[in-house]
Design a protein around this ligand. Structure first.
Ligand SMILES: [Zn+2]
Length: 75
């Protein structure tokens, strides 16, 4: 997973922003499970033994993509 703010991360955000429906799906799946972990079964650490901390990389990407989509609509 790329670091937030890096060029490759920005490219990933831009790629996500092309598909608003996909981004909405990500935001619906990657939510806090109430214990500070991502509720998506695809977000795991340590070889799949535990859920990733939330906000996970995917939710951060989706958040940034939503911001990008909204900023484009404003213009
Ligand atoms: Zn996640």
């Amino acid at each position: 997973m790329s670091e937030p703010g890096s060029p490759s991360w920005s490219r990933q955000v831009a790629a996500f922003a092309v598909h608003p429906g996909f981004v909405e799906q990500l935001l619906a799946e990657h939510v806090d499970d109430g214990a500070g972990r991502c509720s998506s079964p695809t977000c795991t650490t340590s070889g799949g033994y535990s859920r990733a901390r939330w906000p996970c990389g995917m939710s951060q990407l989706a958040d940034a993509a939503v911001d990008l989509i909204r900023s484009r609509r404003r213009t």
